[in-house]
Ligand binder design. Structure first.
Ligand SMILES: Cc1ncc(COP(=O)(O)O)c(C=O)c1O
Length: 286
């Protein structure tokens, strides 16, 4: 088993992978990306991630030099070559390599597809059962957060600010409303109702978010996609984060505001269990 990369049209050991200096992803963050987790050798929700990948590309007028079927095959091949059963697959497409300049390069310049595969780690259940803490950070990002773009500086700064406050995640707040986390979507549960911000241009439409909303509908749990304020978050019965790799992760405190007396609530745990079952159903050979 070994970490692998697909770069410049070839598979190479990840440690040996190199990108050209004038790759536009490197110089401008001019590209889009995805992160997919594989379990038992099966990438979870790959189709949904590819849908978002191609939709992000369309929104920044980026053409993929590969068809969707070819990207799918390359991802499977990278996973197979890595030998990892549980893996984290990262892939991105940039607007290619060209002399530095803000204008798009000519259409003859192909985009650069990079895929990396590393061993996947899942968050231990003990952490989810105890819940994590969060730190409220002003959301300083641009107006198109629905695009999964390579420009992640505000997210990086927010995450680090949370870590500097001994919190697990930064919860972002814009114009008085919670948008999402630095690498996650944010939910609350109040009086049996699950609520999260709507999938507009202020948030990334998380694949995990989408699955959790579907699970709620299947389970008959009322859901609303309506933004909430920090006060509504602090006063909620439960709060949780969703993202690939953390699944459904309860939040028990935001800065000094303790949620539900610091106890993980039954709604979050039920949704976590159902979400893990969905992964098992789709990926695990049991
Ligand atoms: C800003 C942001 N929101 C939400 C998510 C969750 O998305 P997903 O559930 O597709 O992993 C991520 C994941 O990286 C993210 O970066």
């Amino acid at each position: 088993m070994s970490e692998i990369a697909f770069v410049n049209g070839k598979f190479v050991p990840l440690a040996e992978a190199r990108i050209p200096v004038e790759d536009r992803g490197h110089q401008f963050g001019d590209g889009v990306y995805e992160v997919v987790y594989a379990f038992d050798g099966v990438p979870f929700a790959l189709e949904e991630h590819l849908d978002r990948f191609f939709s992000s590309m369309a929104m920044i007028r980026l053409n993929c030099p590969y068809t969707r079927a070819e990207v799918t095959d390359l991802i499977h091949e990278a996973l197979r070559r890595s030998g990892y059963q549980n893996a984290v697959i990262y892939y991105h497409l940039t607007r290619g390599t060209a002399p530095r300049g803000h204008a798009f390069p000519p259409p003859s310049v192909p985009g650069n597809l990079v895929i990396t595969v590393r061993e996947g780690t899942t968050l231990p259940d003990e952490i989810a059962e105890k819940g994590v803490t969060a730190h409220l950070v002003q959301d300083l990002r641009w107006g198109r957060c629905n695009i999964k773009s390579l420009n992640l500086l505000p997210n990086v700064l927010a995450k680090q600010e949370a870590l500097d406050h001994n919190a697990f995640e930064a919860i972002l707040c814009k114009d008085g409303y919670i948008t999402e986390g630095s690498v996650s979507n944010v939910f609350i549960v109040s009086q049996g109702q699950v609520r999260t911000a709507p999938a507009d241009q202020k948030i990334l439409p998380g694949i995990t978010r989408m699955h959790v909303l579907e699970l709620c509908r299947e389970l008959g749990i009322p859901v609303t996609e309506k933004a909430f304020t920090p006060e509504e978050l602090y006063g909620a019965d439960e709060a949780f984060l969703t993202a690939s790799g953390i699944d459904v992760l309860p939040v028990i405190r935001v800065d000094d505001k303790v949620i539900n007396g610091g106890l993980v609530g039954p709604g979050s745990l039920k949704l976590r269990k159902e979400y893990r079952n969905l992964i098992a159903k789709r990926c695990l050979a049991i």
